[in-house]
Design a protein around this ligand. Structure first.
Ligand code: FES
Length: 102
């Protein structure tokens, strides 16, 4: 799937991935602002993204544990996801994610 990241500096980075999490894809491609400090176990929120309105349906909602983590984050809104909790699949082809502010 082709996944587009927009960084805090408004840089557009298009990545292509087949498997694994969206966080891993972002780290592999050096997307600034996605650090994945906890290794993808939903406990650091350094993989916080805002899902573009055009992509919300395809990405889907945050899970319960993820929502609890996001509640602690001041930058969170209703389009927030922790992208280590998003598994790459064909369904995600063409989505756009904005790196959240710290
Ligand atoms: Fe830590 Fe996603 S990488 S919460």
């Amino acid at each position: 799937a082709k996944i587009t990241f927009i960084t805090r500096e408004n840089e557009t980075i298009v990545c292509e991935g087949e498997a694994g999490s969206v966080m891993e894809l972002a780290v592999q491609n050096g997307v600034q602002g996605i650090d994945g400090d906890c290794g993808g176990v939903c406990s650091c929120a350094t993989c916080h993204v805002h899902v573009d309105p055009t992509s919300l349906e395809r990405v889907g909602e945050a899970g319960e544990i993820e929502k609890d983590m996001l509640e602690l984050d001041d930058a969170a809104n209703e389009r927030s996801r922790l992208c280590c909790q998003i598994d790459i699949s064909d369904q995600l082809d063409g989505i756009v994610l904005h790196v959240a502010h710290e």
